[in-house]
Design a protein around this ligand. Structure first.
Ligand code: ZN
Length: 318
């Protein structure tokens, strides 16, 4: 499973089937729990966790003229919506759409709210839109993009297919640990909350992207210098003792890591509140929550190496 294939899977929060299917194809002996999380391993010892879902849109209604109203799913900036291409999807259905934008010729106001926008699928009536397959409560993901540029990969949903990919890579290299791919992180860590509450793991290492970079939020970290140990974000400080241990192990093994912080939060918070020591490893991502997110190839490689080292060195019991 390469990263490109994973970023091309559609996985708006709550509608992750396409991502889950690809992960299940790549790993053997996986369990899917009642919430849609994927688990490989015995759910004890060290667990590595990445979320399958991505931010996107949900169609809410169809207007008489065939245009679709929508709501946002997760943290999507209104600024990136006008002019975006989207894909509506469901069981056996893929529909292309665009979010229309007023031509500069007609523009009177500068700021546009998502509530004033529509998805246009080329239908001119509600009946036509329905006959094409559109329906309320259908997810719409940003159209898939993938490009390699210099030492970077730019793609839709690098957050957190980069983490999903790193776990699959580690699994395929024979790393002995529990791996968990969660649902609905972007809308409140929902999958991880369900998973953590019934898990016996000794510690959880969350592998997610971290929005890069802003001196006030992230500190002086830089893409290419290794994944960051995310010491603090909007949920708090997680587990400093485990973070120190992760740093020691990385140093001992000569794996580049950086110390930083993040805005937002990660699934680590869900494990923390369930009484499981958790630390978040952040793959720095430029332009987070946009269709052109970028991650550095070296950071991806070091993240897999770090997972392998942590699986060997972190205690499994006690
Ligand atoms: Zn994420």
């Amino acid at each position: 499973m390469n990263l490109e294939d994973l970023t091309k899977a559609l996985g708006v929060s709550g509608f992750e089937d396409d991502v889950r299917r690809r992960i299940l194809e790549a790993v053997g002996d996986a369990e899917v729990d009642d919430f849609g999380n994927v688990i490989v391993g015995d759910k004890s010892g060290v667990a590595f966790v990445a979320h399958m879902d991505e931010v996107g849109l949900l169609v809410t209604s169809i207007e008489d003229d065939g245009r679709l109203k929508f709501r946002k799913v997760g943290g999507v900036d209104d600024k990136i919506l006008p002019g975006s291409r989207v894909v509506l999807y469901g069981e056996g259905i893929r529909l292309e759409g665009v979010i229309g934008v007023q031509p500069p010729h007609f523009q009177q106001q500068q700021q546009t709210s998502w509530q004033d926008l529509y998805i246009d699928i080329g239908a001119t009536s509600r009946q036509e839109a329905e006959s094409m397959g559109a329906a309320p409560m259908m997810p719409a993901a940003f159209k898939r993009e993938y490009a390699e540029m210099g030492r970077f990969v730019s793609a839709t949903a690098i957050d957190d297919r980069a983490g999903c990919w790193a776990l699959i890579e580690a699994y395929k290299r024979g790393v002995d640990a529990t791996f968990m791919w969660t649902v609905q992180e972007e809308v409140g860590l929902m999958g991880a909350r369900a998973l953590a509450s019934k898990s016996n793991v000794r510690s959880a290492i969350i592998v997610d992207t971290t929005a890069c970079c802003h001196p006030n939020f992230t500190g002086g970290v830089k893409p290419g210098n290794g994944p960051i140990i995310r010491i603090f974000d909007n949920y708090g400080a997680y587990n400093n003792k485990l973070a120190r241990r992760v740093l020691e192990i990385a140093k001992k093994r000569g794996i580049p890591v950086q110390i930083g912080a993040g805005g937002g939060g990660t699934d680590a918070a869900a494990f923390f509140v369930s009484g499981i020591p958790a630390v978040s490893i952040g793959i720095l991502s430029k332009y987070s929550h946009s269709p052109v997110e970028m991650a550095h190839k070296d950071d991806l490689k070091y993240t897999v190496e770090l997972i392998a080292a942590l699986a060997e060195e972190l205690p499994r019991t006690g």
